[in-house]
Design a binder for this molecule. Structure first.
Ligand code: CA
Length: 182
């Protein structure tokens, strides 16, 4: 009889532990975003262009070479318009957002991000022309960025003491399909 009672207690304890494990599993799963933003950086080492470069040590390609220590830097010559940096993702992608790393912390960079399928018609992906952010890393979400192949970041203004320059741009797609870029 005593043995039967002990066995019953063990069974109830096992049930209780199982219920707790199951509850934690649900909580853990609920916190994991599923298939919304791809992890791959679609811009990494893709063809890059810019309105100008300061010198060969700061080319457009250095803003998407995966190295936060290298950067694209525009020249300081008067231009017809604002300086810009552009990447060709080499195929149309549905984009979720991007991350831009600016060279200097504590400085305001004002800019806009635009996307295009054909390099002719552009849509505004993110308007930061009035931003007051001074953090070096900006994470931006795109609402309607479908079939975008080209992404351009146009620098429209910056604080004194810095200039049009970007350390690194990462671009993220929607859905796990981002891994199909090979
Ligand atoms: Ca870089």
């Amino acid at each position: 009889m005593r043995k039967a009672t002990v066995t019953m207690k063990n069974h109830r304890i096992a049930q209780l532990v199982g219920a707790i494990v199951l509850a934690f599993s649900f909580v853990a799963c609920a916190r994991v975003p599923i298939g919304v933003v791809g992890r791959d950086n679609l811009a990494l080492n893709k063809p890059a262009f810019s309105s100008s470069i300061e010198n060969d040590e700061h080319t457009a390609a250095q803003a998407n070479d995966g190295d936060p220590e290298t950067c694209w830097r525009a020249d300081d010559e008067p231009e017809d318009g604002p300086e810009w940096w552009q990447v060709d993702l080499e195929k149309p992608c549905d984009l979720a957002g991007c991350q831009i790393r600016w060279p200097y912390a504590g400085k305001r960079y004002r800019y806009k991000v635009e996307g295009s399928t054909d390099r002719q018609h552009w849509i505004l992906l993110s308007d930061q022309t009035n931003t007051t952010a001074t953090a070096p890393v900006h994470d931006l979400k795109f609402q309607q960025a479908r079939q975008v192949r080209y992404v351009t970041i146009t620098v429209t203004g910056f604080d004194e003491g810095c200039w049009a320059s970007i350390s690194e741009v990462k671009i993220f797609g929607r859905e796990p399909a981002t891994g199909e870029l090979e």
